[in-house]
Ligand binder design. Sequence first.
Ligand code: 26Q
Length: 749
Amino acid sequence: MNLSKRLEKNCGKLIFDCTDEELFSGILKTVNELKEEKKCEEKKRKLYYISAEFLIGKLLECNLINLGIYDELKKILSDNGKDLSKITEVENEPSLGNGGLGRLAACFMDSVASTGLFGDGVGLLYHFGLFRQVFKGNKQHEEKNPWMDKNSILTKTDITYKTEFKDTTLTSRLYTIDVIGRKRTNKLNLFDVETVDESIAEDATDFDKTDIKKNLTLFLYPDDSDEAGKRLRLYQEYFMASNAAQLILEESRRRGATPENLAEYAVIQINDTHPSFIIPELIRLLCESGVSMDNAIETVRKMCAYTNHTILSEALEKWHSDTITAIVPQIMDIIKELDKRVRAEYQDESLHIIDTNSLVHMARMDIHYGFSVNGVASLHTRILKETELNNFYQIYPEKFNNKTNGISFRRWLEASNPRLDEFIVSLIGDKFKNDYTRLKDLEKFSNDKEVLQKLLEIKSANKVGLCGYINEKQNRNINPDSVFDVQIKRLHEYKRQQMNALYIINKYLDIKRGILPKRPITAIFGAKAAPAYTIAKDIIHLLLCLEDIISHDEHASEYINIFVAENYNVSWAEKIIPAADISEQISLASKEASGTGNMKLMLNGALTLGTHDGANVEIHSLVGDDNIYTFGDSSDLVISRYKKGSYKPSEYYEKDKRINEAVEYITCNKMMETGDKESLKRLQNELINKDYFMTFPDFADYSTTKDRMISDYENRLEWAEKMLFNIANAGYFSSDRTVAEYNKDIWKI
Ligand code: 26Q
């Protein structure tokens, strides 16, 4: 049946007569039929990617692309006076992730299916996901974020399991989402609690955190949380691990595995330590089925691989053994046994799973009882080996490996920037879609003025598009001819949005003094702060107050503006990234494990303004000195400065005029009238007396580098050439490459 007929059948009437909502359901049905025709046969060995987060974003558009029917459908719709981009708007965005780690899992699922590997994701079905951010009184407020509706992409299965806790036994139900890749269809398996009760959620933070039966899968935890929430997080983690373990055992058994040869049938990638209870849980279940403890441990060790995503030591997960005992005693027994075996071999305290304060170090368990440990960018892996996990590297050098992160080019080029995608295809054909490093072929156009001009035109068109979207969503008028300077990522002090804010204050004050930039600048931010992270919320408040003041300053706002996107999410990213000129990647060196927004922006022709951190280092070596703007202290210097403990921000504040002026502004009269005095004073005090993430030492270099960048922007053709080199060298960051490396070195499926 041809596509147009099929769609009409699925809508139950003529396309011309359908509303966007009706078309959305009809297209969803059509996708479901077509994906059945794609091969998804089972193989012997299967990957299970277990993650507490899958930040998948809206799915329809990418599914159409991967099924190869996007262009045809778009044409059919427009012949009937319908706009596909309006129809895809109908879909709710599932908010099943916090940020980078969750989005990475989603890109990996796309690449696993698109490169034809047999592998599923396993996680939790959060009814409200991460909170929705709303701005009121220049502050962030959190609301719950329902996303499941009748048009849901979820399939309810009849698979249910039991999970035992000390005080209750829960019944789970498995829901699946199809991961429709280029080459095959895999599944995202999300477990829910049968008894969950959405009505107990008053709002995004206020609900009865003790009623586990009703609340376990209501919310995704923000990456920093209060005490009451922490216990619930433990329930979530064990529930996820226990269900994943039961699913893996059942599916493997069905494919012919026995408890003895299980490791030939399944390999598990543990996405950070959140799913780490899978290790003791699998051991426990194998023992229950009659395998000896020794054999169970050896089997599980051959199955599990751990990815580390952070070097912030405060972010490494630890659970008090009393808490684990109180909630899942059967798991604490296994962890004690695992710890005992470590102790028998190593005296060094720092290698033990359970420390002297009875804290269980999840990463240590993963390293001892898994076969692989990987970092997510080369600098990050080096730091893990040399400092953070050096003691483990000494005893298990063979387990350590690097897997530099990547992104799905289907979503972050083809779907979100069709203008650029089409232009690239017109220049070098579409073979690069099988091997994205072939984007390198674009370099031969680096002196072609027509090509460079066209790149600038595409960027302008995308900027105009973003301005329209911003106007529609937040009723702000942005000048599309201004430089779009973009910082979009979770709000965290180490990512240093505050440094960007200080720069903006300096510029604003310069403008008021009559020092005008050649071209207007628009600083675009998108960031959610964890609800319990006070300073992060203070920084959001600072940004919103500045946005408020500057936008009401008729003269200055001709030259500089701030725009903060409300409820920044994947959909926002898809609009902002194609329109960005400058990519702010300004974390304190050594703190950002990798970053993936940096890769998306590079691919879309934004130039990086970045520190020597995370994957910025790799971007730098790919594009060369001429095509990136780097600044700031090296990670080695930063690490040694921490060791010495000698950093005094007040010295910079007193000596450096620009820093002094910007920091003073935070509590000037105008700001005090506009914002919350307590919040602004607290932030100012934090900067002057603590500045834990060392913004001041990097500030002067940041400012001059950014000034140089903005002045270089005026040489439009040279800038376009730099854009071209960035796009041409972004191929390395395809997640198809990343998962191929995981498969070659770790999964072997
Ligand atoms: C932990 C305990 C309790 C509640 C929440 C958490 C929690 C949740 C999420 C801790 C951490 C996270 C998220 C971490 C994260 O997103 N890390 C990012 O991972 C990206 C993918 O590898 C990297 O590119 C980023 O550099 C890294 O910050």
